[in-house]
Design a protein around this ligand. Structure first.
Ligand code: ADP
Ligand code: ZN
Length: 565
């Protein structure tokens, strides 16, 4: 009600109904709109689907306040631009586009130079960066006072802290200097505090109005499972038992994997197709169309967006298709991560594509320590043609993957508490309503001090190593647990001093402990090419110095709940 006193309130309400045919605002929309109309810089942090576009589209069609002239919207996604422009034209809003697909930019230029000016102009960052013609038009508009506002959509692309940094976005850091009187609005669905500060800093936002709402996605069920050799069977069973005939996305780390997984699922009778950045545009288009018309049930995709497959100077079209996946008519009911995601914000975004209709949806991640090591390797040994990033960037990327592993290995704290922590949001576990694996666990996890056990396991590993015994991690665990199997008896492993010392630990806890010790690099696996071209993973021990160094991570080694929620 305090907003009613705003000079712009009645015009805003009128246009909400008349132009957008909506009845009321969602959280933070009205606040952001009024701040924009007052001529302030505005930062809107809102989850995907929250209604960010209205925040700049509505002021753009108003005439009061700081809205005279053209609102320039910088958007990284061609398909998103196309969708939005079509939707606006349907509402009789005067809107222009200028991106790599614009055939007749002479026409766009004429419209921008003449009168009446369009309300909105959608441009790609690449055009802002490279097109002298566009820059000169900006200059003309600016001098005539006909630039209403710059809108930077998907603003996280400007930050190198994010997982989808876009080179062309860097040119936006001169907007403030070149057009000092034009307010800027930045919008994103994914940014933690570091990224927010970075974005504000780069765009030179001053005294900006900041709006943020909960990032909790109430209808998403988060589940983490261990990735076994038969992961594909697990995926198939999951889909056919819980999501028969429903639409979903499976994310894989590489394009070969995408193709293989899609192929294997097809053989099992599921309508699946792969999708990755290296496909021909026509092929992508076809998959997208089949998906949108529900002829394909599952798309097996890479997380290519932001993975460094940036085409120099090109508008990344793979990005567009991925975003197109989210506009599918048949809502995504499940998102499966076949491989470990590279960052938690990437994971949040990818899982966020499920359940856009607010109905329950599943987000299943298959964890494996081997994936972690593969990603670390990828960061430090990029494939041919890809540039090695700076040491600082690599460190950051490594830390991001480690955060994902921490997330997966934490089996006691609510997934939401953990995820939202990344966005600096405090979340009350009770609000999860048991809609994540850790909350729906029937047993309460207590804290265990496993310092002694850890030492025993390491000494067992060292002992096996000194005997020249090649064993797998699973085998080592079986010895420690005291399993009575033929293999153990045949190899005399039941005579080792550490045999059976871990009997008192239940299997789940023991598994946790081994996973942790791997992650801390106290013990490790190394692969050797075995018979038939399969890799065999053998136990490997680090130098004794390193092994006992887990003491530096924590004085004692404890497993159990961490967050105080
Ligand atoms: P975002 O850009 O944050 O992902 P969009 O701007 O695309 O979200 O909006 C998502 C959906 O919500 C759209 O279908 C839009 O029409 C709808 N929407 C936005 N604001 C409102 C509102 N105030 N009332 C009803 N629907 C809305
Ligand atoms: Zn929970």
């Amino acid at each position: 009600t305090i907003f009613k006193s705003s000079a712009y309130y009645s015009e805003v309400m009128r246009n909400l109904k008349r132009v957008f045919r909506l009845e009321n605002f969602r959280q933070n929309q009205l606040e952001a709109i009024l701040a924009a109309m007052e001529g302030r810089d505005v930062f809107v942090l809102m989850p995907t689907g929250g209604g960010k576009s209205l925040c700049y589209q509505l002021p753009a069609v108003c005439t009061g306040g700081s809205t005279k002239g053209v609102t320039v919207v910088v958007s990284p996604l061609l398909s998103l631009m196309t969708n939005q422009v079509a939707a606006l034209r349907e509402k009789h809003v005067d809107v222009l586009v200028w991106n790599s697909e614009t055939v007749d930019h002479g026409d766009v230029m004429r419209r921008l130079r003449g009168y009446p000016k369009p309300s909105l102009l959608y441009v790609s960052p690449e055009k802002v960066k490279d097109s002298g013609a566009l820059r000169s038009i900006f200059g003309d508009l600016y001098r005539a006072g006909d630039l209403a506002r710059f809108v930077v959509d998907e603003a996280h692309c400007i930050s190198t802290w994010g997982h989808d940094f876009r080179e062309a976005y860097q040119c936006l850091d001169t907007l403030r200097k070149d057009y000092p009187k034009v307010p800027i609005m930045a919008l994103t669905a994914t940014a933690n505090q570091i990224m927010v500060d970075d974005i504000k800093d780069r765009l030179k936002l001053s005294n900006c109005a900041f709006f943020k709402q909960s990032f909790n996605r109430v209808n998403l069920n988060y589940l983490i499972l261990d990735k076994k050799v038969k992961v594909l069977e697990d995926i198939y069973n999951f889909i056919s038992s819980k999501h028969r005939g429903e639409t979903g996305i499976i994310y894989c780390l590489g394009r070969e994997k995408c193709e293989k997984v899609a192929e294997q699922l097809r053989r099992k009778g599921l309508r699946a197709k792969h999708f990755h950045a290296l496909m021909a545009p026509a092929e992508k288009e076809q998959v997208l169309q089949e998906w949108q018309s529900d002829r394909i049930q599952i798309v097996v995709a890479t997380i290519a967006f932001g993975m460094g497959i940036d085409k120099p100077n090109g508008e990344a079209s793979h990005t567009d298709y991925l975003s197109g996946l989210t506009t599918v008519r048949y809502t995504v009911r499940f998102v499966i991560h076949h491989d470990l995601p590279k960052s938690l914000d990437g994971y949040y975004q990818e899982t966020g594509r499920a359940g856009r209709d607010q109905q329950p949806a599943d987000c299943l991640l298959f964890y494996s320590y081997r994936d972690y090591k593969i990603i670390i390797k990828m960061i430090n040994n990029p494939r041919n043609g890809e540039e090695l990033s700076t040491p600082e960037a690599r460190k950051r990327q490594e830390q991001q993957v480690r955060n994902v592993v921490e997330y997966c290995l934490n089996v006691s704290d609510c997934r939401r508490v953990q995820l939202l922590q990344f966005f600096n949001e405090k979340f009350d576990r009770r609000q999860c309503h048991q809609f994540c694996d850790n909350c729906s666990h029937s047993v309460e996890m207590n804290e265990h001090d496993l310092t002694e056990e850890s030492k025993e396991i390491i000494s067992l590993a060292q002992h096996l190593h000194s005997l020249g015994e090649r064993v797998t991690l699973d085998h080592c665990r079986a010895i420690y647990k005291g399993a009575d199997t033929a293999v153990i008896r045949d190899r005399d492993h039941n005579r080792l001093a550490q045999y059976g010392r871990g009997k008192h630990l239940d299997n789940e806890l023991l598994e946790q402990l081994f996973k942790r010790l791997c992650f801390l690099e106290c013990i490790d696996e190394e692969s050797t090419l075995g018979k038939g071209g399969w890799y065999v993973y053998y136990l490997k021990v680090r130098s004794s110095l390193l092994c006992f160094h887990f003491g530096s991570h924590a004085d004692s080694f404890k497993l159990g709940p961490k967050a105080n929620n």
